[in-house]
Write a protein that binds this ligand. Structure first.
Ligand SMILES: NC(=O)c1ccc[n+]([C@@H]2O[C@H](COP(=O)([O-])OP(=O)(O)OC[C@H]3O[C@@H](n4cnc5c(N)ncnc54)[C@H](O)[C@@H]3O)[C@@H](O)[C@H]2O)c1
Length: 414
């Protein structure tokens, strides 16, 4: 079978499978009912999310599944009554769990996403929604087929800055926006690469279910460094594009109601610390949209001066979102969302500062499990932002501009 035909076949079979699957009914919750939750992957992010769940009234974390014993012990210290498993399927077998939070490494998201829905659970899945475009299509189909509440861990979709931006755009204050510049920058001490984690002495084959971590990736002997530092390798990660750009591109796509990009380019390389990582630390992405918009995103791990932000450039005004830039006088970091009129087209326009508070993204999901309303970051924005991120990475790896059609047909490599 020709490569393309084979890929189309695999894609269609996966979609066909999602369409044929039967999703079990879920418990209907009254407003006063306690929402019972489980978590798959309780590492760095999972433990932050665990703290968030503990803050939500009338919600309870009852179980976690993690392949590393240390993470199970840490989670139990935070929530002593929980059950722990080293296999996510045991957790999904629990009939009295309403929803599941997935905070596992990127290459396993699609499996955990689909297994959770098949088990009839509501789902909070960390970003990026999936490791590849084909998986994003499968997960989108699965979510549409089920009636479960799916929230993607794109918490900036619950931000006041997005609410203010949407209102200003809707009110026509920005006019026609044709370009968005965005950036994200960090730094680390010399010789210490961004993201690199030390391997704890208890990270051994005896305390890690390595096969479950690999989850279908080619089998090999236990590698503690890769297990701890999966973010640095294409096989498990999409690098900073799937770690951070995805948050900003989702925010921009929601603000401007953008579809998937029509084409992507990406330049860069491993320039900051040549520590054996595969994913680039210095990046310039250009995304073209069919609605006459170009979005650029730049990122470095060698300088943190300008933090992160977005400039939305319109004929009638500019919307400026900044977070993490260091204030020259106080040295403090502040998040601001501001509007500046373009005098040529809005001579009398006023400068504005957004005041809308952020919503709690986790509480929004749990609330929607009760009300069955659409959460702030539904599967569609998870899908579109994942496609944009993967298009950029594919363009970088193929060293050429890639259209949406070409990216969909491409087979991502390890
Ligand atoms: N929304 C955000 O702001 C935000 C911030 C940080 C990380 N994240 C996302 O959260 C996810 C996890 O990142 P992290 O930094 O917590 O990684 P991590 O390595 O610290 O945690 C991942 C956990 O998953 C466990 N795990 C691995 N394979 C598993 C399997 N098959 N079944 C169950 N558990 C398994 C690991 O043992 C580990 O404890 C990533 O997708 C990342 O992009 C999101």
């Amino acid at each position: 079978m020709a490569d393309n035909t084979r890929r189309d076949f695999i894609k269609q079979s996966a979609l066909g499978t999602a369409a044929m699957l039967v999703y079990p009914p879920s418990r209907v919750l009254a407003a006063s009912d306690r929402v019972r939750l489980g978590m798959i992957g309780a590492g760095g992010r999972g433990q932050e999310l665990l703290k968030q769940v503990l803050e939500v009234p009338n919600a309870q974390l009852v179980a976690i599944a993690d392949v590393y014993r240390r993470r199970c012990d840490e989670a139990k210290q935070m929530a002593p009554d929980i059950q722990t498993f080293d296999d996510h399927r045991r957790l999904l077998d629990m009939k009295d769990i309403d929803g599941v939070i997935v905070a596992s490494p990127l290459h396993i998201h699609a499996r955990h996403f689909q297994d959770a829905l098949l088990a009839g659970k509501h789902l909070y899945s960390e970003k990026t929604m999936t490791w590849s475009i084909a998986e994003a299509e499968q997960c989108l189909a699965a979510a549409k087929k089920s009636d479960r509440v799916v929230q993607i861990g794109l918490q900036h979709e619950s931000s006041g800055s997005l609410a203010d931006t949407r209102k200003w755009i809707k009110d026509g204050l920005a006019g026609k926006i044709t370009q968005v510049d965005s950036w994200m920058s960090r730094n680390t001490p010399h010789g210490k690469g961004q993201w690199v984690r030390q391997v704890p002495s208890d990270c051994t084959p005896q305390s890690v279910n390595w096969k479950a971590f690999l989850s279908g990736r080619p089998d090999r002997p236990f590698d503690a460094f890769k297990f701890m530092n999966w973010r640095l390798y294409w096989e498990f990660s999409g690098g900073n594009v799937t770690e951070n750009m995805v948050h900003q591109i989702a925010w921009i796509m929601s603000a401007l109601e953008l579809p998937e990009p029509s084409a992507a380019c990406m330049s860069g390389g491993v320039f900051s610390e040549k520590d054996g990582r595969q994913v680039p630390d210095t990046i310039a992405v250009t995304l073209e949209f069919p609605t006459d918009v170009v979005v650029t995103w730049q990122s470095t791990f060698s300088n943190s001066r300008y933090g992160l932000g977005e400039h939305l450039l319109g004929t009638d005004g500019t919307i400026e979102h900044r977070a993490g830039a260091t204030d020259m006088v106080t040295g403090r970091s502040a998040e601001t969302i501001r509007y500046y009129p373009e005098r040529v087209n809005r001579a009398q326009g006023e400068e504005l500062t957004g005041q809308t508070p952020n919503q709690d993204h986790m509480a929004n999901w749990i609330d929607c499990i009760r009300t069955r309303k659409t959460p702030n970051a539904p599967v569609e924005i998870g899908y579109r932002s994942a496609v944009a991120a993967h298009m950029a990475n594919l363009a970088y790896r193929q060293k050429q501009r890639l259209t949406l059609q070409e990216a969909r047909a491409a087979q991502p490599e390890f």
